[in-house]
Design a protein around this ligand. Sequence first.
Ligand SMILES: C[S@@+](CC[C@H](N)C(=O)[O-])C[C@H]1O[C@@H](n2cnc3c(N)ncnc32)[C@H](O)[C@@H]1O
Length: 196
Amino acid sequence: MNHYFTNNDNLKSERRIIKYNYGSSCFDFISDNGVFSKNKIDYGSSLLVTTYLQNKKNITNFLDVGCSYGFISIILSKELNVSGEGIDINKRALKLATENAKLNNVSVSFKESDIYNNVDASYDLIITNPPIRAGKKVVMEILKEGLKYLNHDGELWAVIRKDQGAKSIIQELEKLTPVTIAAKSKGFYIFFLKKN
Ligand SMILES: C[S@@+](CC[C@H](N)C(=O)[O-])C[C@H]1O[C@@H](n2cnc3c(N)ncnc32)[C@H](O)[C@@H]1O
């Protein structure tokens, strides 16, 4: 079965452009078969990035975990005027993300990494719409291990749907570190963790 995170070189390419507006900024994203939310921007990702921008801090860098074609990181980089990085295991998505950063004129670099195995820097912000379909173990590792890659006062922001176990995931994270729910909309929870 092909998931949005399965690399499949034989999958026919059918590139398309998705348009997205934030305030007075207009963004174009090239998308293709075999990537998450290939036809439209995901509601949860949009809610995550807009909620973060409403609560933004002064940050000097960020990491987008499971970046796909770069939606979250490209908006953040443009709106905060800051460089960032994105990681994913989907090679086609990473190629698109690199093209999309150029297309939208932002400074974000993208690389392959299975969760944090290819990450060695630390960040003021880690942000993620985690791959629920990859299973709870992967999701919890992205959220828990992410704390190790945060700078002092750094925050890890995430979106998870209520019917995907948001409440129990938040309860589990609260055993480790403070969790704040920043928004709830249409069954999506936006929350962030701070380094304890
Ligand atoms: C829910 S999608 C979010 C995509 C994008 N950030 C967005 O908001 O449109 C989750 C992403 O995580 C990626 N992913 C799955 N397993 C991963 C892993 N082990 N390490 C890194 N990324 C992974 C998938 O390929 C997918 O692009």
